[in-house]
Design a protein around this ligand. Structure first.
Ligand SMILES: *Cc1c(COP(=O)(O)O)cnc(C)c1O
Length: 365
């Protein structure tokens, strides 16, 4: 394999156990949208189901269909907003959907659908949903009309923000949401906490379900979560090694130069594989246990790293390089909240290698 992403299923399950302890008494919805953040939605959902996660969140109808077709029989909530033709399919497939407009509700009523839906409230995210007051009225109406309202939820926009303003904002969102507590005995699921909420605001009122995404992989924002275990490691291999005979520019655009006598390796990973272009000259990889800084612009299929003189002799063609890992993301910490972007950007031609009980369980591409 040229490039692959190792996923440690045992550590994933360990993290789920940690999350469950943090939110005692609440159920966990596993957010497996975007192919489970690049880790493979079907495989991850099956593993989560084994440790008691029995409801999954996806972004679109297609993602829900993929899970169902693969044999997953647990509940599935589509977090995005569906068009009318999609609502009809979701109804047939028994998916739960998100209702964020009166138009969608009218469509459900007019077609006499008994589809399960969650009412989405905008408490400050500024994306989808009813305002708190309007949402409250809509919920009353749905209950009055005996519609199949299954959930009420909202989304936190800054739950991983560290400033006092961020904390105040999240507190404000949670406070607004408390008005829906009165529906606890009428509606199956009430939820607002995402990863940031689960880790940092789990002692506030937040319903009976949490939506766990990035925290399952031991990360929040660009930081590792203390006490959680490492789940992912992306690796590439050395394609070539060279010591430059004179001061030499490396890669497109001449943004970096090596001095005479310095060495570099060319690796089998580029931005099409998920090695973000904006990490050019900013990140590092680990070869033979040593940090090797990326030099020059990252190309589509390859990138170059400087090899410290201490390991020049040891590095051989084919040697493994650790290129994307929680500690590297944490250390480069260059772009606000980039972990989601990095993980979902890991490309299609990168193999996914699942490890379980210490050995390889499945290799997929
Ligand atoms: C993506 C998403 C989540 C998960 O967010 P994390 O920060 O990764 O935990 C939860 N809820 C909604 C509505 C989402 O779109």
């Amino acid at each position: 394999m040229r490039t692959w992403l190792e996923i440690d299923i045992d550590n994933l399950k360990y993290n789920i156990d940690k999350i469950q302890k943090l939110v005692e008494g609440k159920k966990i919805l596993g957010v497996v949208k975007a192919d489970s953040y690049g880790f493979g939605a079907v495989k991850i959902a099956k593993e989560l189901s084994e440790v008691g996660v029995k409801i999954f969140g996806v972004a679109s109808l297609d993602e829900a269909l993929e899970l169902k077709k693969s044999g997953i029989e647990d509940e599935i909530l589509i977090l995005g907003s569906l068009f009318e033709d999609e609502i009809l399919v979701a109804d047939k497939e028994n998916f739960q959907i998100t209702v964020s407009s009166r138009k969608q509700l009218r469509f459900i009523e007019e077609n006499r659908l008994n589809i399960k839906f969650h009412i989405k409230i905008d408490t400050g995210m500024g994306r989808l949903g009813f305002t708190v007051e309007e949402g409250d009225r809509v919920i009353e109406e749905c209950i009055g009309k005996n519609m199949n309202i299954t959930g009420i939820y909202s989304h936190l926009s800054d739950a991983d923000g560290m400033s006092q303003e961020s904390i105040d904002y999240t507190e404000g969102q949670l406070k607004k949401f408390t008005i829906f507590k009165k529906y606890e005995n009428v509606v199956k699921y009430i939820h607002i906490l995402n990863s940031g909420g689960i880790l940092r605001f789990n002692n506030r009122y937040a319903g009976n379900l949490v939506r766990a995404g990035i925290c399952m992989y031991g990360m929040l924002g660009n930081e590792r979560i203390e006490g959680f275990k490492r789940v992912f490691t992306a690796k590439a291999r050395v394609l070539s090694k060279r010591t430059v005979e004179e001061d030499s520019y490396i890669s497109y655009g001449r943004t970096a130069q090596l001095k005479k006598g310095e060495s570099f390796a060319t690796l089998s990973i580029g931005y099409a594989d998920g090695m973000k272009k904006e990490f050019s000259n900013k990140t590092y990889v680990i070869i033979e246990g040593e940090k090797c800084p990326v030099v020059g612009e990252i190309c589509m299929d390859m990138c170059m790293v400087k090899i410290p003189s201490s390991i020049v002799e040891k590095v051989e063609i084919g040697a493994e390089a650790i290129v994307i890992r929680d500690d590297i993301i944490e250390e480069i910490n260059s772009i606000h909240k980039s972990t989601w972007d990095i993980l979902t950007g890991i490309g299609r031609r990168v193999y996914r290698v699942y490890k379980k009980n210490g050995s390889v369980d499945l290799i997929k591409r």
